[in-house]
Design a protein around this ligand. Structure first.
Ligand SMILES: *Cc1c(COP(=O)(O)O)cnc(C)c1O
Length: 502
C-alpha cells in the first residue's frame, strides 16, 4: 500500500512515509485507500494482542513480509506491558466499560504506539539501506517525550533527543525524563513553553542543519503523532476492545458499541474511526475535550477557530488548539487535497477555517464532540470513585464526564454499550487525585503517591515508584534559541561514537 499527502497528490512508499513523517507540502500521510472491511469475529477471537497486531497491520504495511511483521509485533509487545491483555477492558455496568491503556512503560496510552513505532522505523531504514544514523527530535508537553525515550532506548543506529518546557511539565513527568536511561538518548529542558520547543524543532527541520546532517550521515526524523507509524498501531486496540466486549457478552453478535475518547491531537479517536472503516462495529464515536474545546465547537458550528484563550488545565495532554491529526479526518470528509490545503492555509493565516453545512453533516455522521470543565472532571473522578470504587486520571475523567452528560441528555443510544478510553494511570497526576480524595498534597510526588496508595489500596506502578531512587542524568536547561546548537552538538557526539566503534 502506498501513502499520500493530505494536501497534494504526492504519493510515496510506506518506508518513506515512516522516515519522513511530514509530507514536503506540509501535509500528513494517509493510506492511499483504506482497506475494505476485513475484521471478523470467529477467526480473531482467540488471537493474542500481538497476533492481532500483525493481522491488522499487514493490510496497511503490505511491503513487510508477514513473518517479519510478526517478529516486530512480538518484540514490541513482549515484556513491555504490565498486563497480560496489554489493554484490559473492565466492565463497570451493563452500560459502560473502561479500556485501560496505561500498563506500558510510561503509564500512558502513548506506549501502545511507541512500543511498536521504533521497530517500524528500523524496518523502514533497512529498506532504504543508506547506512545513515537516525536522530529523532521530539518536543513534548509531558507524555510523548518519555514514551518515545523508552521506545527508542538502546535501539541500534537510532538516537533520540527530547526537549520539554522546563516549567511546563509535572514534577513526576520531569523526573521521568531527567532520569531516563539508555546510551542513545539525550534530554534537555528549555527555558520557554511547549510552543517554543515545537517551533524551534520545526525551524531546524526546515533549516540548513538538516541538509548538513544528512551529508554527515544523520537523518532527522520525528516521533510526534503526525507520523503514520504512530497512528497505525492505535487501530489495533479498537479491534481488541471489540473482541473483549464480545467475549464477555457486553455486546451480542450484531451489536455495536460506542467509544468516548479524551482528545488532544486527534490521533487516538482518528484511529478509532479507521477501525470502524475496516469493519469494527462502532456506533457513536465521541471526541471529548477539556476547556480547550476547539473541536467541540467545530462539531457544533462547522468552524475551526483557534482565535481564543488557551487554558492550562489538569488534563495537560489535551491542552492543544491545533489538533494535527484532525487534518487527516478532514481529508476523508472533504475528499479533496485541494480543499484541505486551502483550509490549512486559512488556519495558518487567519487562525480559522469553515466547512459547508453539508460537509459538517458528513463529519457528524462519523464523529461527534463534547467537552467537560475542570469542575465536571473533578466531580467525575469523585463520583466514579464513590460509586464504583474505581479511580480515573483527569484525562479519562474528561471522557467520563462527557459520556455522563450525553447519557443524561438522552444523546447516547438506549441500551447500547459505551467504552471510556482510559489514557493514563491516575498516579501520573498525584496532586489532583490527592486533592479530590481529600489527602495531604505536600511533600514529593512520591510522598503523595504513598498516601493515595494507603487510602485506595491501588499499588504504585513500579514504572513510577522506581523513579524516586534513580539518579538524575539530564538536568540541563537551555535557552529557547540554543536548541539548534544542542542538536548540532549531539549530532557530532553521535558521529564520534560511531567512528570510535568502527
Ligand atoms: C496524548 C494524550 C491524550 C490525547 O491523545 P490524542 O491522540 O493526542 O488525541 C489524552 N490523554 C493522555 C493521557 C495523553 O497522553
Amino acid at each position: 500500500m502506498r501513502y499520500r499527502s493530505t494536501r497534494s497528490e504526492e504519493k510515496i512508499s510506506a518506508p518513506q512515509a515512516l522516515l519522513q513523517g511530514l509530507a514536503k507540502d506540509g501535509g500528513l500521510y494517509v493510506p492511499e485507500m483504506l482497506p475494505a472491511p476485513f475484521i471478523e469475529y470467529n477467526s480473531l477471537r482467540d488471537l493474542s494482542y500481538k497476533e492481532l497486531a500483525s493481522f491488522v497491520l499487514k493490510r496497511f504495511l503490505t511491503d513487510i513480509p508477514e513473518n517479519d511483521l510478526k517478529k516486530l509485533t512480538d518484540a514490541a509487545y513482549t515484556g513491555t506491558f504490565d498486563a497480560k491483555e496489554i489493554v484490559p477492558v473492565k466492565r463497570m455496568t451493563d452500560a459502560f466499560s473502561v479500556a485501560e491503556m496505561f500498563y506500558g512503560r510510561t503509564c500512558a496510552f502513548k506506549d501502545l504506539a511507541l512500543s511498536l513505532f521504533p521497530y517500524l522505523l528500523v524496518w523502514a531504514k533497512a529498506q532504504e539501506n543508506d547506512g545513515k544514523q537516525i536522530l529523532i527530535l521530539t518536543a513534548t508537553s509531558g507524555d510523548t517525550g518519555k514514551a518515545a525515550l523508552e521506545g527508542f532506548r538502546d535501539i541500534p543506529d537510532i538516537n533520540i533527543m527530547v526537549f520539554y518546557p522546563s516549567d511546563g511539565v509535572s514534577p513526576l513527568q520531569k523526573d521521568q525524563m531527567q532520569k531516563q536511561s539508555g546510551n542513545n538518548v539525550r534530554v534537555a529542558g528549555i527555558d520557554g513553553n511547549f510552543d517554543d520547543a515545537q517551533s524551534a524543532l520545526k525551524r531546524i527541520f526546515m533549516s540548513g542543519l538538516r541538509e548538513e546532517a544528512s551529508e554527515k550521515g544523520v537523518l532527522f526524523s520525528s516521533a510526534n503523532s503526525i507520523n503514520i507509524g504512530r497512528l497505525l498501531p492505535q487501530i489495533i486496540y479498537y479491534v481488541w476492545i471489540w473482541l473483549q466486549l464480545r467475549k464477555n457478552h457486553s455486546i451480542g453478535e450484531n451489536e455495536r458499541f460506542n467509544v468516548v475518547v479524551p482528545t488532544g491531537n486527534f490521533g487516538n479517536i482518528l484511529a478509532g474511526w479507521m477501525a470502524k472503516e475496516i469493519g469494527v462495529p462502532l456506533g457513536q464515536l465521541i471526541c471529548a475535550s477539556n476547556e480547550n474545546k476547539v473541536l467541540t465547537d467545530f462539531f457544533e458550528t462547522g468552524v475551526y477557530d483557534i482565535n481564543r484563550e488557551f487554558y492550562l488545565t489538569e488534563s495537560p495532554s489535551m491542552d492543544i488548539l491545533i489538533s494535527s491529526n484532525f487534518e487527516r479526518f478532514l481529508y476523508y470528509v472533504l475528499g479533496s487535497a485541494d480543499k484541505v490545503a486551502a483550509a490549512m492555509k486559512a488556519l495558518n493565516k487567519e487562525g480559522r477555517y469553515a466547512v459547508s453545512e453539508e460537509e459538517l453533516a458528513d463529519a457528524l455522521g462519523e464523529i461527534t464532540g463534547g467537552w467537560a470543565s475542570s469542575e465536571d472532571m473533578k466531580r467525575a473522578i469523585k463520583a466514579v470513585y464513590e460509586s464504583y470504587d474505581y479511580l480515573m486520571d483527569p484525562h479519562t475523567a474528561v471522557a467520563y464526564a462527557v459520556y455522563h452528560r450525553l447519557r443524561c441528555e438522552g444523546k447516547i443510544e438506549r441500551h447500547s454499550h459505551t467504552v471510556i478510553i482510559s489514557t493514563a494511570h491516575p498516579y501520573k497526576f498525584p496532586g489532583i487525585v490527592a486533592e479530590i480524595l481529600g489527602l495531604d498534597e505536600t511533600g514529593t510526588p512520591y510522598d503523595v503517591l504513598r498516601r493515595i496508595e494507603k487510602k485506595t489500596g491501588i499499588p504504585i506502578p513500579f514504572q513510577l515508584g522506581d523513579l524516586e531512587m534513580k539518579e538524575k542524568r539530564f538536568i540541563d536547561i537551555i535557552g529557547k534559541d540554543d536548541v539548534a546548537d544542542a542538536v548540532s552538538e549531539y549530532m557530532d557526539d553521535i558521529m564520534n561514537i560511531r567512528m570510535r566503534n568502527e
